[in-house]
Design a protein around this ligand. Structure first.
Ligand SMILES: [Cu+2]
Length: 166
C-alpha cells in the first residue's frame, strides 16, 4: 500500500497539518489527470478550429498577390464627366527571383487587355472573372503592368501598376 503520511503534530509550538493520501486517492488523482490529458488530445484532434494557424506563406508555394480593376469617376465644376480605370493596388513589391502569382479580378470595366513592359507577358482581365498569371523576375527594376485600352489619360487611364522587383 502506497501511503504518503504527514502526521499532525506540533514541533516547537508550530502545528503541521496532516496530508494523508492512500493508494486509492492517488489512483483517483492519476486517473483524473490522465482523463484530462486524453480529453485535451482528442479535443485537439477533432476540433481543428482550436489549432494554431500561421499567416506565413507555405514553403514552396508561390505567393499570391491580389489585384482588382477599379474606376475613378468625377464630374468637374463645368459639368464635364471624367473617369480613370486603374489597377488596385497600384504598386506591388516582389523579391528578385521570387516566383509569385498575380491574381487580377475584374470589377470595373468590361475588359482590360494587358501587357507587362520588358516581358512577353500578355493577358486579359474580364469583368467578374479572375485572371491568374505566374510571374518571376530575374532582374531588379520597376516593371509596368499596362492596360492597353486605358494606357493614358486620353483613353480613361492611365491604368498602370508598378511591379517593384528588389
Ligand atoms: Cu483597362
Amino acid at each position: 500500500m502506497v501511503c504518503i503520511y504527514i502526521s499532525k503534530r506540533t514541533i516547537g509550538g508550530i502545528q503541521l497539518n496532516a496530508i494523508i493520501l492512500s493508494a486509492r486517492k492517488i489512483g483517483w488523482i492519476v486517473g483524473a489527470v490522465l482523463i484530462a490529458f486524453a480529453a485535451y488530445y482528442l479535443g485537439g484532434f477533432f476540433w481543428k478550429g482550436a489549432l494554431t494557424t500561421s499567416t506565413e506563406p507555405v514553403i514552396n508555394e508561390p505567393r499570391i498577390i491580389n489585384l482588382v480593376t477599379g474606376e475613378f469617376k468625377a464630374e468637374t465644376v463645368d459639368g464635364k464627366k471624367i473617369e480613370a480605370y486603374r489597377w488596385d493596388p497600384g504598386t506591388i513589391f516582389v523579391e528578385k527571383g521570387e516566383p509569385f502569382k498575380l491574381s487580377i479580378y475584374g470589377v470595373n470595366g468590361k475588359e482590360h487587355p494587358f501587357s507587362i513592359e520588358g516581358t512577353e507577358v500578355r493577358g486579359v482581365v474580364q469583368q467578374g472573372k479572375e485572371t491568374v498569371v505566374d510571374l518571376k523576375f530575374d532582374k531588379e527594376g520597376i516593371y509596368r503592368l499596362i492596360c492597353n485600352t486605358h494606357s493614358d489619360i486620353a483613353s480613361n487611364g492611365p491604368m498602370i501598376a508598378y511591379i517593384v522587383v528588389d
